[in-house]
Design a protein around this ligand. Structure first.
Ligand code: AMP
Length: 271
């Protein structure tokens, strides 16, 4: 990979990198399409990173479909697919602990202990190998984008990589696309559309409520379906990720995690 990319860089070609865990869908492809528009060469990695899973059952059940993924990437004219093995990425235990100055202490970080440290471990290894001009991440993982920007600026600054975040791609009923959606049974899949429906409903009329009332209403409306259970709903400042008392248009996002049975889904909407 390094040799191949050295050649590409010597020829002054720009590179766009899209890290993924596979089980690809249109959400991932939207990132590669964005990269293709902005770079000469687009590289996608597929690697289910064990160090970012706080739950071993979730890691074991994570969907894997490498052959279909590669076909999908070929169809979308992606240039290079990088599919390393675990011992290539982690020849020895990665003991690095990153300090995100509190960005990792809320929301996903609070409920998935160690998750973002694992994300930072793999992204830093991949960034060192690929050293792309631009790297693409989805706003579906809203907190992850903030963590990656922090990591890039504070730990990997000398690699000079631009981080570009891309909009959430949704199914026709509004559910945010996710590799985990394919683990939902039909019943849960139908129920899951209530998550985005509720977020969109309150995005329109948030002015009528205090922030705490808004959170309570969103939680209650989703929990009213017995197949769904909200793990957290938070309304946060886009930069600090801290809870806010007032919504400022363009500066505030509502983030949610919901269990549909055993499957954990996340979503967010910006105000
Ligand atoms: P994953 O394979 O789930 O680790 O995701 C790889 C990248 O794709 C991450 O940057 C995600 O935020 C992004 N992504 C996943 N789902 C979506 C979606 N529905 N819309 C946009 N980006 C997404």
């Amino acid at each position: 990979m390094s040799v191949l990319l050295n050649d590409i860089r010597m020829n002054k070609k720009s590179t766009g990198f899209v890290p993924t865990m596979g089980a690809l869908h249109q959400g991932h492809i939207s990132l590669t399409e964005c990269s293709k528009l902005q770079n000469d060469i687009t590289i996608v990695s597929i690697f289910v990173n064990p160090t970012q899973f706080n739950n071993q059952e979730d890691l074991q059940n994570y969907p894997r479909s490498l052959t279909a993924d590669i076909e999908m990437l070929q169809r979308s004219n992606c240039d290079i697919v990088f599919t390393p093995e675990i011992d290539e990425m982690y020849p020895e235990n990665d003991r690095r602990i990153f300090d995100f100055k509190g960005l990792d202490k809320v929301m996903e970080g609070k409920y998935r202990k160690g998750h973002f440290n694992g994300v930072a471990q793999i992204v830093s290894v991949l960034f060192e190998i690929i050293q792309p001009t631009n790297a693409y991440f989805g706003k579906k993982d809203f907190q992850q984008v903030a963590i990656i920007k922090f990591l890039n600026k504070n730990y990997l600054n000398d690699l000079n990589i631009n981080i570009i975040s891309c909009d959430i791609i949704r199914e026709s009923d509004g559910l945010a696309m996710s590799s985990r959606n394919q683990l939902l049974t039909v019943e849960y899949r139908i129920a899951a559309k209530l998550i985005s429906e509720t977020l969109f409903k309150f995005q329109k009329n948030y002015n009528n409520f205090t922030v705490s009332r808004l959170k309570k209403n969103i939680e209650d409306e989703i929990n009213a379906n017995p197949l769904l259970e909200v793990e957290y709903i938070d309304i946060v400042d886009n930069d600090t990720l801290q809870s806010v008392d007032y919504i400022e248009t363009g500066r505030t996002t509502a983030c949610i995690a919901v269990f549909a049975g055993k499957i954990r889904l996340i979503d967010n909407i910006s105000f």
